[in-house]
Design a protein around this ligand. Structure first.
Ligand SMILES: *[C@@H]1O[C@H](CO)[C@@H](O)[C@H](O)[C@H]1NC(C)=O
Ligand SMILES: *[C@@H]1O[C@H](CO)[C@@H](O)[C@H](O)[C@H]1NC(C)=O
Ligand SMILES: *[C@@H]1O[C@H](CO)[C@@H](O)[C@H](O)[C@H]1NC(C)=O
Ligand SMILES: *[C@@H]1O[C@H](CO)[C@@H](O)[C@H](O)[C@H]1NC(C)=O
Ligand SMILES: *[C@@H]1O[C@H](CO)[C@@H](O)[C@H](O)[C@H]1NC(C)=O
Ligand SMILES: *[C@@H]1O[C@H](CO)[C@@H](O)[C@H](O)[C@H]1NC(C)=O
Ligand SMILES: *[C@@H]1O[C@H](CO)[C@@H](O)[C@H](O)[C@H]1NC(C)=O
Ligand SMILES: *[C@@H]1O[C@H](CO)[C@@H](O)[C@H](O)[C@H]1NC(C)=O
Length: 400
């Protein structure tokens, strides 16, 4: 029976091959190897993902993707990317046809979803970002695609992959469960004077059980960001350079929406040349949302040339007066900053600014060894009850 099914599937596949002049070659029953065509390789990549258990993009092969990749609802798919997948920078096409992501009005080249998916093989995803960086410099409303969006996916492993020059965020994990990224190298680099804006390494949204580990990130915005409803997350052994740090939030932005970030650990992080090290940010003010941030640990961070190594901002984008009148409805509790060392770019190395009214509780600061610039090291805090050995550092706030 099995051999009949296999034969049938080979016949069906051959028919598809002839019909669409596909370039893929069925190597075994379960695996297909792709060869670059002279045009858009999206159709053959999609067809192979739909009919082969393993899709191989061999070393030396570059798939040229000119149209969007809807690879949702897959099951048991293994993408063995040894070569390169490059997203052709046709700005008009993508800004009109990229898949829309409702959260923060974004678009993406590639939706990958379903269950039991592996993307690995040592190869490269190339966002061909330079044309986007240059165009964005004169059009700040240009919609720029995220390279990879894991969308409604369960049990996913992304391993041994390099990602270069994303037009915008590199990775969005959207409505997923049990996702691991291991040994990923992310590099955004502009060859002109135009900046690599919004090139976040990872953004996690409405997802549970996500691990990001053993990776190197050179980018121009958040290294990793935990957006609303990120739960049970482990981030470990990252080397982040040039970023905006590892951030919870911003949360509580949208009126009527309740945001949860809970059970996050970020450990063994090298953070260089960054705006922030470890950060939590939540909106206050009139007509905003609400939520809770609970049980977040930032541990073993080594910072160098970081503007704000440790930050809680519970009056994010809100004036001091407004924050007094309309404190944040995102409650922050059980936060641990443990063993944070290194040097800041300025004298202030930590600021814990909370809304009035006891909305930050059980904030623990242990084992800081931070120094500021010019021989000065200062700490700042507002409306926060501190635990741990923070009293000696943060003179003015209440301590337990
Ligand atoms: C800027 O980008 C937007 C959105 O992608 C687009 O609609 C608009 O035409 C662009 N403006 C210019 C001047 O190119
Ligand atoms: C998570 O996904 C991995 C595959 O990436 C799988 O081996 C593991 O069993 C899954 N864990 C759970 C709890 O489902
Ligand atoms: C990490 O991935 C790269 C390919 O991007 C590979 O060359 C290297 O061997 C991998 N490292 C480990 C420890 O597997
Ligand atoms: C690290 O980031 C800085 C500032 O963005 C940049 O100048 C430097 O080249 C980066 N280092 C590496 C190794 O890419
Ligand atoms: C987050 O999860 C809570 C509880 O399930 C839900 O009420 C809320 O709407 C979710 N928020 C978002 C932004 O998805
Ligand atoms: C956070 O972890 C605790 C302890 O493992 C668990 O009971 C709780 O359900 C987790 N929270 C979420 C939102 O998963
Ligand atoms: C806090 O979160 C970590 C995962 O980051 C989890 O292991 C731990 O059980 C959680 N603790 C509580 C009290 O929920
Ligand atoms: C503190 O962090 C540094 C750098 O990651 C690490 O080498 C050291 O072992 C950590 N100390 C403790 C007590 O965990």
């Amino acid at each position: 029976m099995r051999s009949h099914i296999a034969l049938l599937s080979v016949l069906v596949y051959s028919a598809v091959l002839e019909a669409n002049v596909l370039k893929s070659k069925r190597v075994t029953e379960a695996s297909c190897e792709l060869t670059a065509s002279s045009g858009d390789d999206a159709p053959q990549f999609l067809a192979a993902a739909a009919s082969c258990d393993t899709v191989i993009i061999p070393a030396g092969t570059t798939l040229n993707i000119e149209t969007r990749l809807d690879m949702t609802g897959m099951s048991n798919l293994n993408i063995d990317l040894q070569g390169t997948i490059r997203f052709n920078p046709d700005l008009d096409y993508w800004s009109g046809n990229g898949f829309p992501i409702t959260f923060q009005d974004q678009i993406t080249f590639w939706l990958l979803g379903g269950e039991n998916i592996v993307l690995s093989g040592g190869g490269t995803l190339d966002g061909a970002g330079q044309a986007w960086y240059d165009a964005f410099a004169s059009n700040s409303s240009l919609l720029r695609p995220i390279i990879l969006t894991l969308n409604e996916a369960t049990n996913v492993l992304v391993e041994d992959i390099q990602m270069i020059n994303s037009p915008e965020w590199f990775n969005l994990v959207n409505e997923c469960q049990n996702v691991t990224f291991n040994n990923i190298t992310i590099t955004a680099k502009s060859t002109s004077d135009n900046f690599i804006s919004n090139t976040d390494g990872w953004d996690i949204y409405r997802s549970d059980m996500v691990t990001i580990k053993n990776s190197i990130i050179n980018n121009g915005d958040d290294c990793v960001s935990f957006k609303p409803n990120s739960t049970n997350i482990l981030v470990s052994d990252l080397n982040c350079n040039g970023s905006h740090g590892i951030s919870v939030g911003s949360l509580g932005q949208f009126s009527g929406v309740f945001d949860i970030v809970q059970n996050v650990t970020a450990v063994n992080i090298q953070m260089a040349n960054a705006e922030n090290g470890a950060r939590i940010k939540a909106f206050a003010g009139d007509d905003v949302g609400s939520g809770t941030v609970q049980n977040i640990t930032f541990q073993n961070f080594v910072v160098s040339n970081v503007d704000s190594p440790v930050v809680i901002d519970q009056c994010y984008e809100t004036s001091a007066d407004d924050c007094e009148e309309f404190p944040s409805n995102v409650f922050i509790q059980d936060i641990f900053f443990n063993n944070i060392s290194g040097t800041g770019s300025g004298s202030q190395v930590a600021s814990l600014d909370c809304s009035p009214g006891s909305r930050c509780t059980d904030i623990n600061v242990n084992g800081f060894d931070l120094s500021g610039s010019d021989g000065k090291t200062t700490y700042e805090c507002q409306n926060v009850v501190l635990a741990g050995n923070a009293a000696s550092l943060f003179g003015t706030c209440t301590t337990t």
